[in-house]
Ligand binder design. Sequence first.
Ligand code: NAD
Length: 475
Amino acid sequence: MSKNQNKTGSYSFFNCIEKNFDKAARFISIEKGLLEQIKACNSVYRMHFPVKIGKEVKVIEAYRVQHSHHKLPCKGGIRYSMKVNQDEIMTLAALMTYKCAIVDVPFGGAKGGIKIDPQTISSENIEKITRRYTSELIKKNFIGPGIDVPAPDYGTGEKEMSWIFDTFLSLRSGDVDALACVTGKPISQGGVRGRKEATGLGVFYGIRELCHVKEEMYSVGLDVGLVGKKIIIQGLGNVGYHAASFFHESGAIIIALAEREGAIYNKKGLNVSKVFLHLKNNGSILNFPEAKNIENTEKALELECDILIPAALENVIHKNNANRIKAKIIGEAANGPITPEADEILDKKGVIIVPDIYLNAGGVTVSYFEWLKNLSHVRYGRMEKKFRENVNAEFLKVIETVCKKKISIEEKKMILRGPREIDLVRSGLEDTMINGFHKIRDIKKSLKIENMRTAAFVLSINKIIDSYEKLGIFP
Ligand code: NAD
C-alpha cells in the first residue's frame, strides 16, 4: 500500500489528482521542487460561522481554497453539499488550475464549499448562509474581481451567484467593477448569455470532436460521428441536463439517464426534454412512460453503451465496478468521477477516457467571457452587430448586381444577421473546446503517451511552468 492510501487501500481525492500529476511529470524535465510548488495548494481558508435558522443557531462549516496564484484572479465554483470537506475542495481547486491552463483561461484555480444540504433548507435560509459566507470571504480578502471570482457548482446556481454579488456590492459600494466579483449570474444581473448551458455544451463539443477522429473511433470499434451513438448520462442537473439535450438534438441516442433515486432505460432512446418535464412534475425521473425503471441507480453505469457521461459526483467509477463498465468512451463531465484504481482498469480495457480537466472546462471558459464582459461594461456584439449587418447588406447588393439574381428573403435574413452575444459566446466556446482537444491529442501522439488524461496534464503543467518562468519565479 502506498503512503498516500488510507486504511481501506483507497486514495484521498487530493492524492488521486497528485497521482495523475505525477504520471504526467515523468514527461516533463524540470526540477522536482518546482513541480511540488505547482502541485501544492497556496491558501486554504476553513471557516465556521453561526446562522440563525428558525429558533436555533446553527454553526456552518465552509471553505474557500486558492490552489494557485500563478495567474490572478483565482477562479472556481462554490458547491453546497453535505459531503463538502477540506480534501474535496482542495482537489477541486487544483483541478481548476489545470483546467484553466488547458483552455487558455488566465486564472489560477480555486474552489469553495459549504457543508449544507440545499434540498432540506428553505431558500430564505440558503440566502442567509450564502450572504454570511460572502461577507466572511470579503473580510479575509478571498473574493474580488482581481482576487478570487466564484461561480456555480454542484448544488448552486444563478440565484446564489446573485446573492454573492449583492452582498459584495453592499460591502464594497462604489466599486465600479463589482459585477466581476462572481460569474454565473442571471443576465439581468450582469450574467452572459450561454453561461448556464456552457459546461454541458462544452462536454458535447469535446465528445463530438473525438467522434470525428477516425483513428480514435476505429481503435474502439466504433463508426465515425455522433449520430446513432448510444449514450448513458448520470446526473440530470445543470451539466448533465444540458449535455444530454445537445447530444439528443445532434442525433445521438440517450438510452439511459440516472439520478439519485434510480435510473430509467429505453434502448430506442429517451426524449430528454420530456424526461426533464417529468422530473419537474413528479420530483423523480422514475416511472417515465416508455422507459424501464432501474432501482439501483449505480447499475445504469454498467449497461451496454458507446459513451458513458458521469455528470453528478466524484468517485462514482471505482475499483469495484470498473471491470463491469461496458462503455467504449467515458466523458468526465463531473469532476473526478473515476478513481485512480478504476482509471488503470479502464485503461487496460482500452476505454477512451476524456478527462475532466479538459471536458468540463466549458463552464470556466464562458465564466471568463462573463468576467471580461463585466470589466468592459458592455454586452458582446453591442458595438459591431449593426455595423456587420450594414456591411453584409452592401456586400449582398454587390453580389445580386454582379450575378443578376435576387436572393430569397429567407436566405437574406441568414446572410445579413450580425453577431448577437449568444453567437459570440458559443462560437468562442466551440473554438476553445476544439483547440483544446487537438492540443491534447498532439501531445499524446508526439510523446507517445498512453492516455488523454496524462497528455492533458502534460499540456497543462507545461503552460503553468511557462507562466511561472515568465513571472521570473522559476530560474
Ligand atoms: P447540479 O447540482 O446541478 O446537478 C447534479 C445532479 O446530480 C443533480 O441532479 C443530483 O440529483 C444528481 N445526483 C446526485 N447524486 C447522484 C447519484 N448518486 N446518482 C445520480 N445522480 C446523482 O450540479 P452540476 O453543476 O451539474 O455539477 C455536476 C458535476 O459537474 C460536479 O462534479 C461539478 O463539480 C461538475 N462541474 C460543474 C460545472 C458547472 O458549471 N456547474 C462546471 C464544471 C464541472
